[in-house]
Design a protein around this ligand. Structure first.
Ligand code: RET
Length: 276
């Protein structure tokens, strides 16, 4: 294939040196793990619904919505990987298919478009805001969440073909990301007021988890260029590294985050006299 134009860098590797058995399978397995965990998470959030008092159950419901959407989109992403590259037995490597689909990380971005607002919204059903206005925070989350993803989605098409556009769209996306971090910090600080010590500790863990896991996404966006333009990671290690980073980030920001929020809701429910 001569013209890959706006394709993601995975296709450029698959079209030149191709992937070793190990790299190809590691990506395939990582993607499979990703959607399997989402289904397992769904089971967990459904089964723990009654462990919190009714007013906090919407948090479990939102985790369930996130699980279903992530499961379906990650399943499509995994299929996209296996359809795009084929084993070439003459050279013993997986090469980009000439008549198939190209590989594109865009499925993930569309998944985030649903999940990012849900995840941000979810915490508002567990904490009580002392100073901020619920509606204003909710609208800021939705607005910046959606724009962060849409601008990043556009940018990722240019990761090989047009680096200035790639960095400009990525930069615009980062402005919305910083806004989200700032609002989230405020929500967590207010949320810690008046709740038991044990729940405060979990809130601190949520903030740390949030910071680490959300920063992994821009890291994966930059992955092919992390060690220099067309340098260190513009190869199969970068391809494997990117899918692993996304998978760790997804499991942390969706599943572990949901479990920790559930934990806060359990402690607060108990304090409010709810027993299960
Ligand atoms: C992009 C583009 C480059 C700049 C930045 C980005 C941030 C992405 C984030 C995504 C979070 C996704 C989550 C999904 C959970 O389902 C779009 C990669 C800053 C923070 C939490």
């Amino acid at each position: 294939m001569d013209k890959l134009v706006n394709a993601n860098f995975e296709n450029f590797i698959g079209n030149s040196e191709g992937f070793s058995e190990m790299a190809y399978q590691m990506v395939s397995h990582t993607l499979t793990l990703g959607y399997a965990v989402m289904l397992a998470g769904l089971l967990y959030f459904v089964l723990t619904l009654k462990t919190v008092s009714p007013k906090y159950r919407i948090s479990n419901v939102l985790s369930g919505v996130v699980m279903v959407s992530a499961f379906l989109l990650l399943y499509a992403q995994a299929g996209n990987w296996t359809n795009s590259f084929q084993y070439d037995e003459t050279i013993g490597r997986y090469m980009l298919q000439s008549d198939g689909d190209l590989f594109n990380n865009g499925y993930r971005y569309l998944n985030w478009l649903i999940d990012v607002p849900m995840l941000l919204f979810q915490i508002l059903f567990v904490v009580s805001l002392t100073k901020s206005n619920f509606k204003s925070i909710r609208n800021q989350f939705w607005f910046s969440g959606a724009l962060m993803i849409i601008t990043g989605y556009i940018g990722q098409f240019y990761e090989v073909s047009n680096l200035p556009k790639f960095f400009i769209w990525g930069g615009i996306s980062t402005v919305f990301f910083i806004h989200i971090l700032w609002v989230m910090r405020k929500v967590i600080q207010e949320g810690k007021e008046g709740i038991p010590q044990e729940a405060k500790k979990v809130m601190n863990q949520i903030w740390l988890l949030f910071l680490v896991s959300w920063f992994l996404y821009p890291g994966a966006y930059l992955m092919p260029h992390l060690l220099g333009i067309e340098g260190g990671l513009f190869n199969e290690s970068g391809v494997v590294g990117r899918q692993m980073t996304y998978t760790v980030a997804d499991i942390s920001s969706k599943v572990i985050y949901g479990v920790l929020l559930g934990r806060v809701a359990q402690i607060v429910s108990k304090k409010e006299g709810y027993s299960y």
